[in-house]
Design a protein around this ligand. Structure first.
Ligand code: AFP
Length: 354
């Protein structure tokens, strides 16, 4: 039997690959790991920790905060703010950039969603934490939103922790994706899923179809064709999934293939999409691309987008490369004029097919 490799050993090996590495990056990833372990512990306690339910507050996006959203956010901040590895932090739960005291400033920026899918906590469905690490582009400049407005392709590390039946940390440093499972007996993440590759050609799609009346024609066409199954143009049956937890959805797709769509739509709240670019779409997109899949706004690779604000939203389509490319093609074909392409309007050919 080969010996298990822990995340600590993996990180040391990674650091050795970089001549002159200071250990700061390794320390940062170690701290992310610690934050995720602490959150996993609380999530695992469920109602026993008296952390179930809503906090009675709303975040900067106007969404109700769960008690665990607030606690998980605090855990991330407390662990990182004096570690000496970061120059600033952005979180789904914070309106502004979190300033790091000058004497503790490091070379990196951290954007995170401390508890993604938090509407699922009270019903005991998988949730997660998502993180994205960027270099600080100008250490001499005053820390503010501008530092974070870098395209996702500049990420040096991204990943998520999933708090499900097991807790896993799935991470990429820009050369492949690796999954580590928390062994609670030894308190360590152990490498269980090295070099994850997304299977292509899988037959599952995930979308919240209650929004279908607001979709663009390209999305309607894609979903209608999937629903038509073996009798339609795709010539095979598809399964539909929707967990309402991006991390859980991304995890399934990384391991089993398929495609996820949260497209922009015609609701006033989702014209630019629903998911947040910096701490949802970019880190998940980075993992997906590193695992051989594709992540797109629908029109173009999501990692190429240059953000204009720290809480910017985007449409997001990701998963098996072939499927995402089909969806991008449909955008090119049908979305020249939104919502009124002849085949897909209210009386169009495909409207009745689903
Ligand atoms: P929360 O973290 O507020 O629960 O949001 C979860 C999420 O951002 C993402 O994880 C899901 O894919 C998506 O929202 C679900 O959105 P709908 O409830 O609109 O389906």
């Amino acid at each position: 039997m080969t010996q298990e490799q822990t995340l600590t050993e993996f990180l040391i090996a990674e650091q050795r690959r970089v001549p002159g590495a200071t250990g700061n990056f390794t320390a940062l990833v170690n701290d992310i790991r610690l934050a995720c372990k602490r959150i996993a512990n609380l999530v695992g306690k469920g109602s026993l920790a008296d952390l179930a339910g809503k906090a009675g507050s709303v975040n900067v996006q106007g969404e109700d905060q769960a008690k665990l959203d607030i606690v998980a956010n605090r855990i991330f901040i407390e662990i990182h703010e004096r570690a000496g590895t970061l120059a600033g932090m952005v979180s789904e739960e914070l309106e502004d950039v979190w300033q790091i005291p000058e004497h503790s400033r490091g070379a990196y920026l951290l954007a995170f969603d401390p508890l993604d899918g938090s509407s699922n906590i009270d019903v005991n469905v998988s949730v997660g934490s998502i993180f994205s690490v960027l270099p600080n582009p100008d250490p001499a400049a005053e820390m503010g939103p501008a530092a974070f407005l870098q395209p996702g392709e500049r990420q040096v590390c991204a990943g998520y922790a999933i708090y499900g039946p097991t807790t896993m940390l799935v991470i990429s440093f820009g050369h492949g994706v690796h999954g580590f499972t928390l062994d609670r007996e030894i308190g360590e993440f152990v490498l269980t899923h090295p070099n994850v590759r997304i299977p292509d050609g899988a037959s599952e799609f995930a979308i919240n179809s209650s929004n279908s009346r607001f979709w663009e024609p390209a999305i309607t066409r894609y979903v209608d064709e999937c629903l038509a199954g073996s009798t339609g143009p795709r010539g095979r049956d598809f399964n539909m999934r929707w967990i309402a937890s991006l991390v859980a959805e991304a995890h399934r797709i990384l391991l089993r293939g398929g495609v996820f769509l949260y497209p922009r739509d015609d609701r006033a709240t989702a014209r630019s999409g629903k998911l947040r670019l910096l701490y949802e779409a970019n880190p998940i997109g980075f993992l997906i691309e590193q695992a051989g899949g594709r992540a797109s706004t629908g029109d173009r690779p999501v990692l190429e987008l240059r953000p204009t604000s720290i809480h910017q939203r985007t449409g997001l389509v990701f998963g098996s490369r072939t499927e995402v490319e089909i969806i991008e093609r449909y955008h090119r074909d049908h979305n020249v004029r939104r919502f009124d392409a002849p085949l897909f309007g209210s009386r169009g050919l495909f409207r009745g097919a689903g």
